[in-house]
Design a protein around this ligand. Structure first.
Ligand SMILES: [Ca+2]
Length: 207
């Protein structure tokens, strides 16, 4: 049971796994930080090719976790692409799933749409780590995130936690009821029964 509980904790506490480093890729919990410079569209495609999505930042808590992950990966002068953009939405910023910006962490004075072409959102480098609108064609680092759907979480909770506990409880109740019932006794196999069963097995050519 302890092993089961530990497995469930590890399954749902992926953010406790920190700092796994590969070539140009640092994994911190659900975030994969890539220090290969690509433009925004390529960042989107590369995350998809790894069954992930370019990060969306919906809350301050999420933003803090991403900043923490960036610091673990090592900070430099290059910024990090997020999925935030205002392409094809009449200038309204939104995330990859189409959700409009709610929480924001813009650098002071931004978004400034410098040169009237900054449609994609980066987390700035130089240890600023605030948001900035930038040219989508610019090559930056990028961060992909693992998407754990709520339905799959509920399925996992059922399969790995609720179902085993329910089976254990049912087994325990049956065991207690059998032990508590004095009329139910397991008979020792008699000598005649053993001979009889042996003959059956012989006739079935098992021995
Ligand atoms: Ca800007």
């Amino acid at each position: 049971m302890k092993v089961l509980v530990l497995a469930v904790i590890l399954l749902f506490n992926q953010e406790s796994i920190s700092g796994m480093q590969y070539a140009n890729e640092t994994v911190v919990g659900a975030y994969h930080i890539f220090t290969t410079r690509v433009n925004w569209m390529d960042a989107i495609k590369r995350c998809h090719s790894r069954n992930m999505t370019l990060i969306s930042i919906l809350t301050e808590r999420q933003n803090n976790k991403i900043i923490e992950a960036i610091k673990k990966a090592g900070q430099g002068e290059v910024g990090f692409w997020t999925s935030g953009n205002r392409r094809n939405r009449n200038g309204t910023f939104h995330w990859e799933n189409g959700e409009a910006f709610g929480y924001t962490n813009w650098e002071h004075g931004t978004p400034d749409n410098l040169g009237l072409g900054e449609e994609c959102v980066e987390i700035k480098g130089y240890n600023i780590l605030k948001w900035n609108d930038h040219y989508c064609t610019y090559n930056l680092y990028y961060i992909c995130e693992i998407n754990i759907k709520e339905s799959s979480i509920l399925t996992n909770v059922f399969l790995y936690l609720i179902l085993p506990c329910a089976l254990l409880a049912v087994g325990y109740i049956i065991f207690k009821s059998i032990r508590g019932n004095s009329n139910l006794k397991f008979e020792r196999p008699s000598f005649i029964n053993v001979i009889f069963q042996y003959k059956i097995f012989r006739s079935l050519d098992i021995f």
